[in-house]
Design a protein around this ligand. Structure first.
Ligand SMILES: O=C(O)CCC(=O)C(=O)O
Length: 296
């Protein structure tokens, strides 16, 4: 990572779990991504396309949304070329990375987006202690001096999702004890309220222009900032999910978390990578998956 370019508010990936990569995405790539987002959005409400699209994510709401963008799309390839994430992430921990999923989010005034969360569910096919990264790429200006509409983060030096991920995975492994599950469910609301109080207090809302990228670790708590009234009708963004090539494939955790969440009445989360895994079996390395795209 370019430590020389980073300011305190932009975070340090190794220390804070997030950083902002300023101006890496070229204007030509941004135009292609806008077209890609519009193309995905047109498929809204057209189930015959077979794409996984919908108005609402699990717990969030948007004008347009997709979690099923083709990760091998040419515009996504150009974005990866611009971002040079292999170098940046290797500077953080020396590993190689794979693209596992691409989302598009289009938030208009009045949409809540996603509340405070870390990305346990998007990466539930990994061991609970495993790192993974999201590159969040806005296509419109965001921030406190603009119409808000960005993503707020809390540095992992203040609060980290590491223990909650372990807690969820442990609880997923205890589905045979419904008395225990019931007590966990009953305690969750109070637990989340206390944690969210701290997150609201410690939140950093980065100011970003199209071309900038917010890179954050799976354990970083983050939320959508609602779009305030103003000249822009909506805020568009892409999110790239990145997984370690030497990470272990654990579809069993993904499966049990689906059961746990549905027991709590929360909508299921699509299996984001099962169709990309080929013959890779539980416990094997993600690098063997034919459908995951190497990050360059
Ligand atoms: O773009 C947004 O509103 C939220 C993105 C987000 O929370 C995520 O990618 O996990």
């Amino acid at each position: 990572m370019h430590h020389d370019q980073a300011t305190a508010a932009d975070g340090d990936a190794r220390r804070d779990g997030f950083t902002i990569l300023r101006g890496r995405v070229r204007p030509e790539t941004l135009r292609q991504l806008e077209a890609l987002l519009d193309q995905e959005a047109r498929s809204l409400g057209a189930p015959e396309t077979g794409r996984r699209v919908g108005r609402a994510t699990a717990g969030g709401d948007y004008r347009r949304y997709s979690n099923g963008v083709d990760i091998a799309h040419a515009a996504v390839g150009d974005l990866l070329d611009d971002l040079q994430l292999a170098r940046t992430l290797s500077d953080v921990d020396g590993r190689a990375w794979l693209l596992s999923q691409v989302f598009v989010f289009d938030l208009s005034a009045g949409d809540a987006g996603l509340r405070w969360h870390s990305d346990f569910r998007s990466y539930a096919f990994l061991p609970a202690t495993e790192h993974a990264w999201t590159a969040w790429v806005p296509l419109d200006p965001v921030g406190p001096d603009d119409q808000h509409g960005g993503v707020a983060v809390v540095p992992t030096t203040v609060y980290s999702g590491t223990e909650e991920a372990k807690m969820f995975a442990f609880t997923c492994g205890a589905l045979d004890d419904m008395e225990y599950i019931g007590k966990v469910m009953a305690g969750l609301e109070g637990f989340n309220a206390l944690r969210n109080l701290l997150l609201d207090k410690a939140a950093i809302e980065p100011a970003m222009q199209p071309g900038d990228t917010l890179l954050f670790d799976r354990f970083v708590f983050h939320r959508s900032m609602p779009l305030a009234e103003g000249p822009r009708r909506s805020r568009r963004a892409l999110a790239l999910r990145l997984v370690p090539a030497d990470g272990e494939y654990r579809p069993d955790i993904h499966r049990t978390q689906q059961m746990l969440y549905s027991a709590a009445g929360v909508p299921p989360h699509d299996a984001p990578i099962a169709h990309l895994m080929g013959d890779v079996a539980q416990g094997e390395r993600l690098s063997g998956a034919p459908g995951l795209v190497p990050v360059r």
